[in-house]
Ligand binder design. Structure first.
Ligand code: ADP
Ligand code: GN1
Ligand code: MG
Length: 363
């Protein structure tokens, strides 16, 4: 399924004439393209509206967040003119909206491509982990004083008990007769069920506080500067909404500590590298440490295990439901992804005492 990019491009106020658009990135939800005109490079995205059911509200969040960050960067540049931080500069449609809807009801957005930086699907060094985590922590810090509450683009996105309930429903329905092959995965997921409400309970009993969080802090959602190695721009803002800092830190541990890909078949390669966890923790606390309370800090190591298992639950749910949510590129892709998450969660679990000890030394 390709698109008439020239006419999509004509929907936006762009510099120069349309030249090309090519598929870009490895995301599971939206369709992302790198688009060139004779004057500028852009990112063009078709929003997956079967998942994001209110794309106008989503883009309202997007603009509020990116313009708030723009102001923060402007202040920082006054103090430090060398600052290389960037924000997602949204391009308006010809009718002045921050999106363009084509005649087939495809919902498009466009922003300036940030040059001189790139993303990593698998982090290579602790320095990159520190940089990425510091950038996500700064993102939360920057948004702490943003006026108003953002729209919830997907309700209960990180409500782990509800994610478990969805898995149980998919298991009961078993529409593809796949339940029989996932016994060991289910066993581990169910064994841990007592832990799934810990963060939600903490919020309900007043120990943890709702903040504005990113909620999809895959490490390939931050642009790392080619020269300085700093995390200069947080991207993929679809799920920025009210949440807990742990959702973001946990997903960083999930995506930043294993040397293997999310869909690695050789599970012996999957596991948490402690030095990467340490770099993530130090990086995150270097910025988010300014507002986190002691109980919030204490739960950071646990959040790595929780969010890893939560995404594992989601991959397994989608496998049982017939692969209707995440894009797949081969048979059993979602099951393979689930298995890496479980292996990683087990590795995190076995290192939790050491993670907690490290935290107490840093605090
Ligand atoms: P998704 O993960 O939903 O496909 P992203 O917004 O994360 O969408 O974009 C996919 C990839 O495109 C990113 O991992 C990154 O490599 C690249 N990318 C996205 N936005 C920019 C940008 N403004 N400048 C440079 N590269 C970008
Ligand atoms: C999806 O779009 P992408 O690939 O950055 C998903 C995340 C999952 C991730 C797993 C909106 O993120 O929640 O953690 O896949 N995004 C949505 O790789 O569901
Ligand atoms: Mg992404």
């Amino acid at each position: 399924m390709e698109f008439d990019f020239k006419s999509v491009a004509a929907g936006f106020v762009l510099d120069g004439e349309f030249v090309s658009a090519v598929r870009f990135g490895t995301g599971h939800i939206n369709d992302t393209f790198k688009m060139a005109t004779t004057a500028q490079t852009y990112i063009l995205q078709r929003i997956n509206t079967s998942i994001f059911k209110a794309p106008e509200l989503l883009m309202d969040n997007f603009v509020r967040v990116s313009s708030h960050i723009e102001k923060k960067i402007a202040i920082e540049k006054e103090r430090n003119p060398q600052c290389r931080r960037r924000f997602l500069q949204v391009i308006r449609s010809r009718s002045g909206e921050p999106f363009y809807r084509d005649e087939n009801n495809n919902f498009w957005r466009c922003y300036i491509y940030v040059d001189g930086a790139r993303t990593y699907d698998v982090l290579e060094t602790p320095a990159q982990a520190f940089a990425a985590a510091a950038a996500f922590g700064s993102f939360q810090l920057d948004l702490a004083d943003m006026p108003g509450r953002l729209n919830e683009t997907i309700a209960d996105f990180h409500h782990t008990p509800k994610r478990l309930a969805a898995l149980e429903a998919a298991l009961a329905a078993d529409v593809k007769n796949r339940a029989a092959e996932v016994g060991p995965e289910l066993e581990y997921i169910f064994k841990n069920r007592e832990e799934y409400s810990l963060l939600i309970d903490g919020m309900n009993n007043g120990e943890l506080f709702e903040r504005t969080t990113h909620n999809d802090t895959k490490l390939n959602n931050v642009l790392i500067d080619d020269v300085s190695g700093e995390g200069i721009c947080v991207i993929d803002l679809d799920t920025v909404m009210p949440g807990l800092p742990h959702y973001d830190f946990g997903d960083m541990v999930r995506t930043g500590t294993s040397p293997a890909a999310e869909d690695e078949l050789d599970l012996s390669k999957v596991g948490m590298r402690f030095e990467m966890f340490e770099a993530l923790l130090r990086g995150f606390l270097s910025s988010a440490g300014k507002f986190l309370n002691p109980r919030e800090k204490e739960l950071l190591p646990f959040s790595g295990k929780l969010i890893t298992l939560e995404i594992g639950i989601r991959f397994l749910t989608d496998y049982l439901a017939g692969d209707v949510y995440f894009k797949i590129h081969r048979e059993k892709h979602n099951l393979d992804r689930c298995r890496t998450q479980i292996k990683l969660a087990q590795s995190i679990e076995s290192q939790l005492p050491a993670m907690q000890k490290l935290l107490s030394e840093i605090k």
